[in-house]
Design a protein around this ligand. Structure first.
Ligand SMILES: *[C@@H]1O[C@H](CO)[C@@H](O)[C@H](O)[C@H]1NC(C)=O
Length: 218
């Protein structure tokens, strides 16, 4: 019984299919030890922490008490309802670290401006990136780029940047230094949205923003 519950939780948490390989409590302990040694980052971590709490309750036989049971039920329900919310919050978390907002002026004279949002992660976070693409309703992994060691989501499509990415970060605030880059990026995007980049004045404003963000920020 305790194994079944944990295996169920584990499936929810890591969305792997471990049922064949993970059959005993001992196997789960091995997994916990593994992740203690090599901590998960990003979205999975929150879910994993919930899983680990449940594991510890059961390990110490506290699930046999009423208090332990209600604790597990509480953890399980926060897993169920919280997944997408967790994902959104973790996403802003790793954007704060590994995301970038860039403005590219490819052909300055013609006012060709590209707004680019990207997040680069280790290949082991592939599922997180895919989950996000799905969450944003981007079709068929169209914005996902992988190499042997890394995976990235990169969005340059102006209408997706304006209608999806910016509203998302208006709602789920980026923390730390990158917040300033987002603010600048958004100012430039506002100009693009109203076709200001096609005027000399608007284009110059964008170039000033571009020259004072990211690494060029003073
Ligand atoms: C940009 O995204 C919009 C909406 O998702 C889509 O209709 C359009 O075809 C895309 N443009 C390009 C150049 O891919």
């Amino acid at each position: 019984m305790r194994n079944l519950l944990l295996i169920y939780l584990f499936n929810r948490v890591l969305t792997v299919k471990p049922s064949e390989e993970i059959e005993t409590f001992k196997d789960l302990q091995v997994i916990i030890d593994h992740f203690n040694q090599y901590p998960l980052v990003t979205a999975k971590k929150l879910d994993y922490d919930l899983f680990k709490k449940s594991f510890n309750i059961i390990k110490h036989n506290q699930h046999l008490t009423e208090q332990g049971i209600s604790k597990i039920i509480e953890l399980k329900s926060s897993l169920n309802k919280g997944l997408s919310e967790n994902l959104k919050e973790s996403f802003t978390g790793f954007v704060s670290g590994d995301g970038s907002f860039n403005i590219k002026a490819t052909k300055v004279r013609t006012g060709k401006i590209q707004l680019r949002f990207a997040v680069n992660l280790h290949i082991r976070e592939q599922e997180v990136i895919k989950g996000l693409a799905k969450f944003f309703n981007f079709k068929d992994n169209s914005y996902i780029y992988s190499t042997d060691t890394s995976v990235a989501i990169q969005i340059v499509n102006t209408s997706d940047v304006l209608n999806i990415i910016i509203p998302f970060f208006d709602k789920y605030k980026i923390k730390g230094a990158k917040e300033l880059d987002f603010t600048d990026f958004k100012k430039a995007a506002e100009i693009v949205k109203h076709k200001g980049h096609l005027t000399e004045d608007g284009l110059n404003q964008i170039l000033v923003i571009k020259d004072n963000m990211n690494l060029k920020r003073k």
